[in-house]
Design a protein around this ligand. Structure first.
Ligand code: 16G
Length: 240
């Protein structure tokens, strides 16, 4: 399966082979993979080369290393379609997972020029800053920082944000969330983000900014999220 005369580097070929074994189910989530030595012997390649392939697969979230135990096939990433305008709670429930929110920070700040413009409030107006860790079956998936105008959602209380904010806004306040824009960017976890998400500093993450609007066109929220790239991938359907 490894062609030493190929222009493709050997570590890359091994990486592709292991990925294929995972995709075909020959290696299953939670299963321990063979040791570096075993791969090296099977393919008659150096352990350094094996290590490079495995490191890449760990960084990409296909494998996880458990100290003192070995390297295991990771649980499948969550594939989130970027189609309907859904909340985190709805997304997780749709997959049979229990959504959760751990509130890290919740207070009122004056809107800076950028947030004021995006939320269509005057500069310095009161806005909520809400920082939450989003959990799926108790596991941290994303770190979310939301900005919402206080005049639009007066009296937002801590208990309203420890579960679904969309549920509160739509079912308690009777507002209709209509559309959103979303921007995705690649990045790496900063120290604080890594601690909150239980990943290594420098691990890959996806930055997502959602600006959502009510049916009358009024901006509802600006949300900046950091998603674990080892747990999440996004799917877009396209037509032409
Ligand atoms: C999602 C949204 C976020 C929204 C939240 C509400 C993304 C990138 N972000 O996490 O903008 O505030 O859902 O979720 O999808 P909740 O109703 O469960 O609190």
């Amino acid at each position: 399966m490894i062609n030493k005369h190929s222009p493709l580097p050997i570590y890359y070929q091994l990486e592709q082979n292991i990925k294929e074994m995972i995709e075909k189910g020959e290696l299953k989530p939670g299963e321990m993979i063979p040791s570096e030595r075993e791969w090296a012997e099977t393919y008659e390649i150096s352990r350094m080369t094996v290590r490079q392939a495995i490191n890449n697969l760990v960084n990409d979230g296909y494998l996880v290393r458990k100290r003192g135990k070995g390297t295991f096939v990771a649980t499948k990433k969550i594939e989130q379609p970027l189609k309907g305008l859904t909340s985190f709670s709805e997304d997780m429930r749709a997959r049979g997972m229990e959504p959760g929110a751990k509130v890290l920070d919740f207070h009122i700040i004056p809107a800076n020029p950028s947030l004021a413009e995006q939320l269509d409030v005057r500069e310095g107006a009161d806005i909520y800053e809400i920082r939450r860790i989003r959990l799926a079956d108790q596991l941290p998936m994303a770190l979310e920082t939301a900005y919402i105008s206080c005049s639009l959602v007066p009296n937002l209380a801590a208990e309203n944000i420890s579960s679904s904010i969309y549920d509160f806004i739509e079912n308690k306040l009777g507002l209709t969330i209509r559309f959103a824009t979303q921007v995705l960017e690649a990045s790496v976890a900063r120290k604080m983000e890594a601690e909150m998400l239980q990943i290594k500093e420098g691990a890959p993450v996806l930055l997502i900014q959602r600006n959502s609007y009510l049916d009358n066109g009024q901006p509802l929220e600006v949300v900046k999220s950091v998603y674990r790239a080892d747990r999440y991938k996004f799917m877009i359907e396209m037509e032409r």
